[in-house]
Design a protein around this ligand. Structure first.
Ligand code: FMN
Length: 375
């Protein structure tokens, strides 16, 4: 067996904590800090069977040794048709569940909470992965499928989806419930429902993609019905101890007539009553051709607005790239936690670097890495 050299030297003396590195508790789960890995699709399933591979183990495992408080998996389909691409992860078979168990074990071994983002892509399903030579909808002959949606309105560049019947909508709720059960059985601590970025739950929320005239369309209450039904079903399935997150796009970025921060705030409050605990606030993804003022921290104001307006805990995400920015967001009470995506791709151990930058001594450096805790 190879001997791994570990440092036995004590860590530098405690120099105080900041908001970003303070623990955070939800229900029975304690997050050791508030710097979390956002969900990131890898489009890297090998046999189009939704089963996590060595790539997913290494990708998510690299963050686990990097000092974060929570790692969320990529958008994971609750049904085969709910996957964004044929190479996306799913959680509806025993084989998928077993492969996730291994990933969760690795994350837990580093003291990190493991979360899974449960998703249904709706009209944005069955698409080519970003680096494919083609774009748009994958034809059935190439492993694609007919996408479903609240209404038969195509997302620009994709095929027209099939409108879901009321019975099929109940099937979607059941699929989220069943995947939530599998996630808990696989060892996940946190569940996140993906209701953002123009995927199925967001498609129901927004009047731009939902023109139904039944109980699932029209008024805000009706457009929110599917999300709230999913929240209730998942909460009933997993019991009272599990933190349940919802990722919401706070706006479609259209001047009027779309999904906006006011509706997001109202629905977050209802979702809290229905059994959700925490709101991961992003924006956009449901329509094209809009102007988005992309810049450092450009979505933080929405996390702050939903937090204050609905009285719910939130996280901020989107072009937050430095320790100082993340710490200021938490310390100022704009959000309870910060998620980052691309910064963790550039540096999977960014949280260790962030603590170093802020002068915070972390008691949970991996023993193998403690020599890097010193200057
Ligand atoms: C490679 C990649 C894959 C992503 N996949 C997902 C996903 O599966 N689910 C999701 O909600 N957001 C996804 N996102 C969005 C991120 O979670 C995040 O909200 C966004 O990148 C903005 O944060 P950042 O500026 O720190 O990267 C993805 C982003 C990237 C870069």
């Amino acid at each position: 067996m190879t001997q791994i050299e570990t440092s036995t030297a004590p860590l530098p003396a405690e120099t105080g904590t900041t908001g970003l590195f303070d623990p955070f508790t939800l229900r029975d789960t304690v997050f050791r800090n508030r710097l979390w890995v956002a969900p990131m699709c890898q489009y890297s399933v090998e046999k189009q069977d939704g089963v996590p591979t060595d790539w997913h183990l290494a990708h998510l495992g690299s963050f686990a040794s990097g000092g974060v408080g929570l790692i969320l998996t990529e958008a994971t389909g609750v049904t085969p048709e709910g996957r964004i691409s044929p190479q996306d992860l799913g959680l509806y078979t025993d084989e998928q569940q077993e492969a996730f168990e291994r990933i969760v074990r690795l994350i837990h071994a580093q003291g990190v909470q493991a979360g899974i983002q449960l998703a249904h892509a709706g009209r944005k399903a069955s698409t080519f992965r970003p680096w494919a030579e083609q774009s748009g909808t994958v034809p059935e002959a190439e492993g694609g499928w007919r996408a479903v949606a609240p209404s038969a309105i195509a997302f620009p560049g994709y095929d027209e989806p099939q409108e879901l019947s009321a019975e099929e909508i109940e099937g979607v709720v059941e699929a989220f419930r069943a995947s939530a059960r599998r996630a808990i059985d696989a060892g996940f601590d946190v569940l996140e429902l993906h209701a953002a970025h123009g995927y199925l739950l967001h498609q129901f929320l927004s009047p731009l993609s939902n023109t139904r005239t039944d109980a699932y369309g029209g008024s805000l209450e009706n457009r929110a019905r599917l999300l709230l039904d999913v929240v209730r079903a998942v909460r009933a399935e997993v019991g009272e101890s599990v933190p349940l997150f919802v990722r919401l796009s706070a706006t479609d970025w259209v001047p009027s007539g779309g999904w906006d921060a006011e509706q997001t705030t109202a629905v977050a409050a209802w979702a809290r009553e229905a059994g959700a605990d925490f709101f991961d606030i992003s924006t956009g993804g449901n329509v094209t051709g809009v102007t988005i003022p992309v810049g450092p921290g450009y979505q933080v104001e929405f996390a702050a607005q939903v937090r204050a307006g609905a009285g719910v805990p939130t996280s901020a995400v989107g072009l937050i790239t430095t320790a100082e920015e993340a710490d200021a967001i938490v310390s100022s009470g704009q959000a309870d936690a910060v998620m980052m995506a691309r910064q963790f791709l550039r540096d999977p151990h960014f949280a260790l670097q962030a603590a170093h930058d802020l002068g915070v001594t972390l008691p949970y450096w991996p023993a193998q890495y403690t020599r890097a805790a010193w200057r």
